[in-house]
Ligand binder design. Sequence first.
Ligand code: NIG
Ligand code: FE
Length: 433
Amino acid sequence: MGEPAALLVEHAAELTTLAGPPGARRGRAQGEVGAVADGAVAVSADGRILAAGPTEAVRAALRLGPGARVIDASGRAVLPGFVDAHTHAVFAGDRVDEFELRLRGADYLEILAAGGGILSTVRATRAASAEALAARTAGFLESMLLLGATTVEIKSGYGLSTAEELKQLGVVRALRGRVPHTLVATLLAAHALPPEHRDAPDGYVRLVCEETIPAAAAAGLAGFCDVFCERGVFSVEQSRRVLRAGLAHGLRPKLHAEQKSRSGGAGLAAELGAASADHLEYAEEEDLVGLAAAGTVAVLLPGAALMLREERVAPARRMVELGVPVALATDFNPGTCPIRSVPVVIGLACLRLGLSPAEALVAATINAACAIGLGDEVGSLEPGKRADLLVLDAPSYRHIPYQLATNLVRTVVKDGRVVVEDGRRVDGAGVAC
Ligand code: NIG
Ligand code: FE
């Protein structure tokens, strides 16, 4: 008997551990959730998983520490906390007017070309103080936690100058420790062309490569570099320059690729061995073959496609068949996706992309973790990993897509602390750690 447990969640009707070999799951493994009946998870005082498996076996192998808390999950499902691998959660203002324009037929990229869309959020975000942005983002993260997201990636991209991009990334840094989530920051300085560089796009690309990326990397503010590679936004050639500069400064590449047209981003992601290629509605067979060979994770964002009323769906089934690891994320942002619920995205992935509930669960946990470089830390309930887990008001994770838009998350444990109980936020209450 090793380290004593500070927390034991036991007798879950169904425990899905998502245990498996290291790395993102693809092909058949995309649907393997590691389901255990009458399951238990034991957690150390420092918030790491000691054991996960059948209650009897976990009980037999451990001793409870003094003051340990025991949660009876009878009749309920226990699963890893969700990993939201793609958000733009630092912003000011809203775009409800644009939403209505789009409902009346306006085009997202045309709104951007006319100086609205992303650029209207840039104006609002530049005008906001870092403190005001942090307070707003903390509020978003609170609601995401209630919906089960314990790890969240956040991109910059509403600053579009070195100082303003660093301000946004600084908000993410300031929030670490202030919110329970594990936060990952991505530099997305190449999100749109700022108005100051309207007539000289290459000048902005040069600024991003020579100033913004080195500054963000030197300050340790981001782990990834992303580009919106799209017709009328940044070309493949410009995206390549930005991502290569990022790589030279230790930032792993990611791409917004093939979202509104087939613009070549997926091919570039494969060429650079990007951590992920995201969106991919317009990806074709050749793109998928390339992503599979590169081991790049496809991060699908069906919430954004829904909000943009995009009829074309990402070829998720073909991705699974070809061995592209598939992840899911919200893409939470004020323009294309104000949806901040991973459970709703899991439902959309089943209903619109044809993933099975098991494939969607893998996509929103371990594969999402791999897309942001945290596959060894979060995304599954395995010894040594962070104890991030959910208890649902349902006997199986399969109820998540089935009871679409109902929040089934009752309990959230983050780093071994109970942070949500009975669907309400508590602050580590009652946990010995
Ligand atoms: O992932 N398409 C580019 N970027 C975001 C949207 C950002 C915005 O519209 O504010 C996306 O959809
Ligand atoms: Fe995005």
